[in-house]
Design a protein around this ligand. Structure first.
Ligand SMILES: O=C(O)c1ccccc1N[C@@H]1O[C@H](COP(=O)(O)O)[C@@H](O)[C@H]1O
Length: 208
């Protein structure tokens, strides 16, 4: 099982030393984890993800080039057309389209995105577009109708380990490829708790 650590701000270099598979930088200004400045160079084994919320395609494209992003996480109501345009401009770019879940989810919403994105990411619906720190009922994913790999996200923290272990051994996780963590591994927004992340990574490695 792969790991994405999102919301880099104050200590990305220490996070990179843990060798997660993905590291996310939030390019949505209202976020307390908004990243400005130069992103660090990362080992080639770590994909650099830019997180956007309803940004214009030119802004996304500019950030892809400026920061050498390998992936973009589209966390708003981005259309399938926007995803397709990004693919046309950057054929190698991984496109992760986010869908938020509350008590239930209409999986038909995925259909228009099946051919235009590489991954889905399931997060919990909350007041903010992301980074709310709440989990959703993962058993909803028992009805996942696609074969596209997905990221599991939303409020996953050090206390989620037992629940996560049981999810990862259930059929609902068949297409789950990445566990995405953010606010629950922080000392303050954007400052990640390296010790807790290291323990969590160990758990993921030992379970898959
Ligand atoms: O973290 C933020 O501030 C944020 C703002 C806008 C869009 C996405 C954001 N974070 C993403 O939200 C999910 C879940 O985070 P959490 O575990 O609930 O804190 C994660 O993918 C972050 O990338």
């Amino acid at each position: 099982m792969k790991l994405k650590v999102c919301g880099m701000k104050y200590n990305p270099t220490e996070v990179a030393e843990l060798q997660p598979d993905y590291m996310g930088f939030i390019f949505w200004e209202p976020s307390s984890r908004f990243f400005h400045g130069k992103t660090p160079d990362l080992p080639t084994t770590i994909k650099k993800v830019g997180v956007f919320v309803d940004a214009a395609i030119d802004e996304i494209a500019q950030k892809v080039e400026q920061h050498g992003l390998q992936s973009v996480q589209l966390h708003g109501a981005e259309s399938p057309e926007l995803c397709q345009s990004l693919k046309n401009r950057f054929p190698e770019l991984e496109i992760i389209k986010v869908f938020t879940i509350k008590d239930s989810f209409n999986f038909e919403l995925l259909t228009p995105y099946e051919t235009v994105c590489d991954y889905y990411l399931f997060d919990t619906k909350g007041k903010l577009p992301g980074g709310n720190g709440y989990t959703f009922d993962w058993s909803i994913l028992e009805d996942y109708p696609s074969t596209k790999p997905y990221f599991l996200s939303g409020g996953i923290g050090p206390d989620s380990t037992e629940e996560l272990k049981s999810f990862l051994h259930s059929p609902a996780s068949k297409y789950c490829q990445v566990i995405d963590v953010n606010s629950k591994f922080e000392i303050e927004p954007g400052l990640k708790n390296i010790e807790k992340l290291s323990e969590f990574k160990e758990l993921l490695t030992n379970n898959h």
